[in-house]
Design a protein. Structure first.
Length: 317
């Protein structure tokens, strides 16, 4: 489908060796693709060095950094940086299709081409479609709210779709200043999901919520704790009608910044098979069993890891 009609938009800060490796990896899998690097004015020198070091043309966008506020110790919330650098990069693309990704995403293969071609024109199943064609996202942080009770939590690492659809996705309001410290001034429910967080939203559920509320008036998401059966069903219908969800492995990418990220953390995310069910795609009994087995194994490994970390902490190893 893509031929010469795809732009890869790398967005975010520049760590030179990582960004260089990421950009070079694209041409090994898709030699005809266009490339945009959307970063910050403060990163201009590093960006220009990368531009000179690469043996092919890339376009460079330098954005004014909107900054990030800390929502707990050592944890800045970069949602406004994500919105600004993603939207400017997508808008600058001259192709019909755009693959927006973090500046540390390395392309291992072009698995995403087959996945997108197979499902981008899949008919809606729930009457909640607002994209012209489906948008492919990673399941890395696309949480299954039946496992972790956060709705609209959409992975922001990457998105592949029509340029017009990705503009819809990232053309949203920046998070207001008071939302970053919302729970310092508002009562917080039991502090169980993300202890110590004071922001009203996570990056991922803010992105998903602000996208969906533009098109569906009944979307209601007061904060990342806000959960009820009506909004759960609505979010499941939206996922089933507008997205394609697959793992980084299936898509053919790896985040160089998170090379050591344990795969068992995916126990809390939608699987590709789980997405198929939401989209009304028939799955075989063997697919169901394998998916269930993998989830249980991942959860068991996660629990073992949690116990190990606790023991190590207690022993101060």
């Amino acid at each position: 489908m893509f031929d010469n009609d795809l732009t890869i938009v790398f967005q975010g800060p520049i760590i030179e060796d990582i960004a260089l490796e990421s950009i070079l990896s694209v041409k090994e899998t898709l030699p005809n693709v266009k490339i945009i690097l959307s970063t910050w004015e403060d990163d201009a020198e590093r960006a220009e060095r990368i531009q000179k070091a690469i043996p092919f043309k890339i376009s460079l966008i330098l954005n004014k950094d909107p900054g990030a506020k800390y929502i707990k110790p050592n944890s800045p919330l970069n949602i406004n940086r994500l919105i600004v650098s993603s939207l400017s990069g997508v808008k600058a693309a001259k192709t019909q299709y755009v693959f927006k990704c973090r500046s540390d995403i390395k392309f291992i293969n072009n698995g995403f081409v087959e996945i997108y071609n197979n499902y981008c024109n899949l008919q809606e199943n729930n009457g909640r479609k607002f994209f012209e064609k489906r948008v492919l996202i990673s399941n890395q942080t696309t949480l299954d709210p039946l496992v972790v009770p956060i709705i609209y939590h959409t992975c922001d690492w990457l998105a592949l779709g029509k340029k017009t659809d990705l503009i819809k996705m990232f053309d949203i309001d920046l998070m207001p200043d008071n939302d970053f410290h919302w729970f310092l001034n508002n009562k917080k429910p039991e502090d169980l999901i993300d202890p110590g967080r004071v922001s009203r939203y996570c990056s991922e559920d803010y992105l998903g919520y602000k996208l969906c509320e533009k098109f569906i008036p009944t979307v209601d998401h007061k904060n990342y704790y806000h959960f009820n059966d009506e909004q759960l069903k609505l979010w499941q219908d939206i996922v089933g009608d507008n997205f394609i969800i697959a793992s980084n492995y299936q898509i053919g990418v790896v985040a160089l910044k998170y090379k050591k990220l344990k795969s068992f953390f995916l126990y809390k995310s939608y699987s590709h098979v789980g997405w198929k069910v939401l989209s009304g795609i028939d799955i075989s009994f063997s697919e169901f069993l394998v998916d269930l087995y993998v989830k249980k194994i991942r959860f068991s490994l996660y629990m073992c890891y949690t116990v190990f970390i606790q023991i190590r902490s207690n022993l101060k190893i």
